[in-house]
Ligand binder design. Structure first.
Ligand SMILES: Cc1cc2nc3c(=O)[nH]c(=O)nc-3n(C[C@H](O)[C@H](O)[C@H](O)COP(=O)(O)OP(=O)(O)OC[C@H]3O[C@@H](n4cnc5c(N)ncnc54)[C@H](O)[C@@H]3O)c2cc1C
Length: 485
């Protein structure tokens, strides 16, 4: 049995609550539980709380990492100072349900009387984990920095090897949900408005951004009208939208997909972004083994009305990890409906799970979770967004274009944690709005770029790269003429 951490001093006379993860759900739970009745320990593998909705801005060099993240200790400093909370930087590697222990990466374990699991989700490559190397996703700050390096480097490589500009200046984004749409819209803006006069040997305005979505519509959660508007706005910006297309292979120099025409197509692209699949944290599997519940297809843990696992009232699962239902308010009619994997849902679940723990400690019955849906927003690019929002008194409103973009901007700045972040975000945005400049265009790489010979092999040098296969339709490359000197 691994050693347990020494008990907090004075020895815990209070019930111990462990929260795994300080994302949207875990942070709210920690805030709600900051009281004298419980001893709370919050564990996260990073030292920061991250505002994921703006990760794409870091990945496209519009914002710096600290503008969308904040140290957990700083965010929760009041709770720590008052002695309500202990924060640990550690990765949770296991949960011993029977012994009520959370196991950490150094072999130690934390005992608990109540556990809130809020470890979020990661990428799913639909059984093709080998694609991850060529098509990184966007979930953490490290992912965003990796993508930013790849994007900026692609432009640099195009300038260095103008004869191969096509493959370097073609960007493929897989997945037409909010993240894919935001990435595609911003990438085309960078190529067409930010960079053109800073390159001499290539014309970055000739860059292609191809957005590939498996279903027939972009932003399928938004309703048909807004999906069509999103497509039209993206196309107006210059993004090539391919819906109803299934990616069948991703390799170092591009990808293949099955088109709506039933034929396989090859897209030559050195920069592929994965924004298609989401899978709950592997801790879901750990919980399933310990409690006997069956995970859903996305690896989420089914929870009861009060967000605890059936038969285990001491364990609550919240946020992206939970397959939870929203129940009608007391006195209201209706069937429970699934809760979406969005940040407001995670926050509300965090507060609810914490409130249920406190109710249990008072000997009161817990209440079923009700999700208040304020709507959804997705930005497409400069002055372009779609909004499906519930306004007090006015009810549900769907709108798009400039008004939706301004609303999106306001909401995202408002929900950024901390005054300094809001100010920094507003300054960055105002600056880039006026100048089209993107301030965070710094590449940070450990290794020097490989030698040109390694970097620029011919088509036949890469295994699996078979541009001339007759069964595969080659996407007609646009003749982007190198810029004259
Ligand atoms: C690129 C992107 C854009 C998005 N845009 C929007 C948007 O515009 N609007 C919206 O509503 N939602 C958006 N979402 C979804 C939203 O961010 C999630 O629904 C929300 O973050 C879920 O909250 P959570 O608390 O479940 O998990 P997260 O916020 O993901 O937090 C999980 C935490 O757990 C920690 N953790 C994970 N595993 C371990 C471990 N083993 N040990 C210790 N710590 C661990 C992580 O470090 C992290 O801090 C977006 C998501 C992404 C990735």
């Amino acid at each position: 049995m691994p050693p347990t951490l020494p008990p907090p001093t004075p020895p815990p006379s209070k019930p111990r609550v462990v929260i795994i993860g300080c994302g949207f759900g875990g942070l709210e739970a920690a805030r709600e539980l900051a009281c004298d009745h419980v001893e709370v320990t919050l564990v996260d593998r990073t030292n920061h709380h991250l505002f994921q909705p703006l990760l794409y801005q870091v990945a496209t060099a519009g914002m710096s990492a600290p503008a969308i993240s904040a140290p957990i200790r700083h965010v929760l400093r009041e709770q720590i100072r008052r002695g309500h909370l202990t924060v640990l930087l550690a990765t949770v590697t296991g949960i011993d349900v029977a012994a009520r222990l959370v196991r950490l990466d150094d072999g130690t374990a934390l005992p608990y009387e109540h556990l809130i699991v809020a470890a979020g989700s990661g990428h799913s490559y639909f059984g093709h984990d080998e694609w991850a190397e060529h098509a990184p996703g966007l979930k953490t700050l490290a992912d965003a920095m990796e993508l930013r390096n790849r994007v900026l480097k692609a432009f640099e490589q195009a300038e260095r090897y103008p004869e191969r500009h096509e493959e370097w200046l073609t960007f493929a984004v897989i997945g037409g949900g909010p993240t894919g749409v935001e990435m595609a819209g911003t990438l085309i803006e960078v190529a067409r408005h930010t960079l053109p006069d800073q390159f001499r040997r290539v014309d970055t305005r000739q860059a292609r951004v191809v957005l590939i979505e498996g279903s027939p519509r972009l932003l399928s959660a938004y309703g048909e009208e807004l999906s069509e508007k999103a497509r039209a706005q993206l196309q107006r910006l210059g993004v090539e939208v391919r819906t109803g297309c299934r990616v069948t292979d991703i390799h170092a120099r591009g990808l293949r997909y099955l088109g709506e025409d039933g034929r396989e197509h090859e897209l030559v692209s050195r920069t592929v972004v994965w924004a298609a699949g989401v899978a709950a944290s592997p801790l879901g599997k750990v919980l399933a083994e310990g409690t006997g519940v069956t995970l859903d297809r996305a690896g989420r843990v089914p929870v009861g009305p009060d967000l605890s696992i059936e038969g285990h009232p001491e364990i609550s699962v919240i946020g992206d990890m939970a397959a939870a239902l929203s129940h009608p308010r007391p006195g209201q009619r209706g069937e429970p409906v699934p809760v979406p994997g969005v940040s407001p849902a995670a926050k509300q679940m965090g507060r609810h799970a914490a409130a249920c723990i406190l109710r249990r400690l008072r000997g009161e019955p817990t209440r079923p979770f009700h999700y208040v849906d304020y709507g959804s927003l997705a930005t497409i690019g400069r002055k372009a967004a779609v909004a499906d929002v519930e306004f007090p008194l006015l009810g549900r409103r769907r709108f798009s274009g400039y008004a939706a973009w301004l609303f999106w901007l306001f909401v995202h700045i408002w929900f950024l944690i901390g005054f300094r972040h809001r100010l920094a975000a507003m300054t960055d945005w105002a600056w880039s709005y006026v100048t089209f400049e993107r301030n965070a265009r710094v590449m940070i790489e450990r290794e020097p770029p490989p030698a040109p010979a390694e970097q620029q092999p011919g088509p036949s040098a890469t295994p699996g790269w078979d541009i001339g296969r007759p069964a595969v339709a080659q996407e007609a490359p646009r003749q982007a003429a190198p810029r004259p000197h």
